[in-house]
Ligand binder design. Sequence first.
Ligand SMILES: Nc1ncnc2c1ncn2[C@@H]1O[C@H](COP(=O)(O)OP(=O)(O)O)[C@@H](O)[C@H]1O
Ligand SMILES: [Mg+2]
Length: 282
Amino acid sequence: MNLSRSHSSGGRMQILTFVNQKGGCGKTTTAINLAGALAARGERVLVVDLDPQAHATMGLGCDGSEGDTVAEVLLDEAYIEQAIRSAPGGLDLLPSKPRLNEFEERSERLIHPEQRLRIALDAVRDRYDYVIVDCPPRTDGVLCANAMYACTTALLVVETGAFALQGALQALKVLDEVGENQGRDYAIRVVGTLFDRRTRFARELLVALHGRFGEAMFDTVIRTSVRLREAPALGVTVNLLDPSCRATADFAALAAEVVEVTAQDAEASPLSAGVSGATTDY
Ligand SMILES: Nc1ncnc2c1ncn2[C@@H]1O[C@H](COP(=O)(O)OP(=O)(O)O)[C@@H](O)[C@H]1O
Ligand SMILES: [Mg+2]
């Protein structure tokens, strides 16, 4: 199955999954603010919060405790259309709540539980240009498996701190294994975040990451910014909080690259997981 290639024909919905087995590396921050930047460019964007901790949901000013969420959709209790809500900046959101853990618990008794998100998203595929999926820290659970099964591109978020390269290589190996197990062939892209250019270490690390990941690494790196901590507390993406801050500029640049490369990925990607075995060298 090669979803990305089948998408190239009609320029249809791209599903980008943000992964890393590490928590606190900037996945949620990168996911919601990239979504905001894509929406600001006029793209139709749905954010899917697949983390029971519901950080993306809260960061977009929504309360998952009321109404249907991704939990009810995956548990087959609600249609996706019922659970999608409007979020600031013209985004749509499929929110999460702690009950999502129940899906994880019940999944052992379900047939192909990892396919449920993709099946649900099929129902809205004409409505969106981009679906941005924010994953929980664990890459070995059924939630991440759902995200990987649905995605056209897996976005590996790398915090540009100590052991970043080792962590990224390990995460890449996991992505490759998941892809292989699922018989999927999605593109893999790497984005650096929490970058502090004042430290020589961070600058050197960036060079190392580019050397290792080559084309798969985005040129844009998300710098450390206080605004990125403030925005989710106010329930908005950073471009709405401060259109002229450097974080807004970083995400606008990342969004431009994403639009460009996802179109390319639909043709052929520099790195891909699973059946191609292209990442075995990493
Ligand atoms: N570029 C950044 N600049 C400043 N703070 C950031 C940045 N990216 C993430 N953070 C902060 O780091 C913490 C972890 O980020 P988060 O996106 O929640 O990570 P994850 O989803 O991987 O657990 C949060 O407090 C967030 O506000
Ligand atoms: Mg998170």
